[in-house]
Design a binder for this molecule. Sequence first.
Ligand code: NCD
Ligand code: ZN
Ligand code: ZN
Length: 350
Amino acid sequence: MSETITIPCPDDWHLHLRDEAMLRAVAPESARHFARAIIMPNLVPPVVTGADARAYRDRILAALPDGRFTPLMTLYLTEDTDADDVAAAHAEGLITAVKLYPAGATTNSASGVRDFDRVRGVLERMADIGLPLCVHGEVTDPDVDIFDREAVFIERILDPIRRATPGLRVVLEHVTTRDGTDYVRSAETGLAATLTAHHLVINRNHIFAGGIRPHYYCLPIAKRETHRRALVEAATSGDARFFLGTDSAPHADAMKESACGCAGCFTAPNAIPLLAELFEREGALDRLEGFVSRHGPAFYGLPVNRETLTLRRGAPFTWPGRIETGDGPVTLFDPGFPLHWHATRNEDSA
Ligand SMILES: NC(=O)N[C@@H](CC(=O)O)C(=O)O
Ligand SMILES: [Zn+2]
Ligand SMILES: [Zn+2]
């Protein structure tokens, strides 16, 4: 087995960088292993207009002054989103996608969509101009069991939207179920999915192992082992419809270790070593490059990074249990097994 692998530098197709002190602490962690990332717009207040996206992009670039990381901006879709503003932001290359949060589905989603008919015009315009829609795919109906919300969303909301807007390109974000991977495979074109590192590792038992484990709580919530296996099969299959979106979602520990803890796992620092370990265990190391470096750019119509990243297998990789931020410590995702792959971005392009 080869102990060193060099691949085009990975990209992260779903990332939360937050803002201000948290942004300054977490952005360098992503830039260590990733050349580009799709930046989620769920700030408070959200990134809704082209002007918001420009200002946020500038704050991100100010936090990463060496120019080696490109933020790919998104707009937060609301019922009042202006299709012309979206089209103008796309035309000037300011945004790469629009993000749909069903109102109330997840962290900072209060401004999201309640009535999907009210965003029909924007979705049609996006289909016309080829701008992808990234979707948090969970229904918010409290009568639907939390473990069923993704499957029900696909049937009740996503499939009808895709049928009503045939040219719309959609990324079903952070897929957590076999229903999700099956649905993505059912479409020949125009549909893809991101998979996180943490959902490839934990199932729902991990959240309750010996007590409640707030650092394994994220949305969509981890599902049964059979679903985790479906995600691992999709990630390691070589199918270009599946690619990495870490959904690295830092919250200060005080916000997670609380009577009503926030959802999100912070995985930016160890997602790539973790995926190398996982793909190695699955006998699929040769497919890691497609999953982290090639399938995402292919879907978004962007070039693969010319810069490379080298993975070296060695002594177990150690990372701090938490990083310090201006908002307090943030605990890193612990996969619960040792990681042996050390990743380094190379200065030279391939
Ligand atoms: N994934 C999460 O559990 N949390 C994300 C929001 C999201 O991606 O749904 C966050 O912003 O904290
Ligand atoms: Zn989400
Ligand atoms: Zn997210």
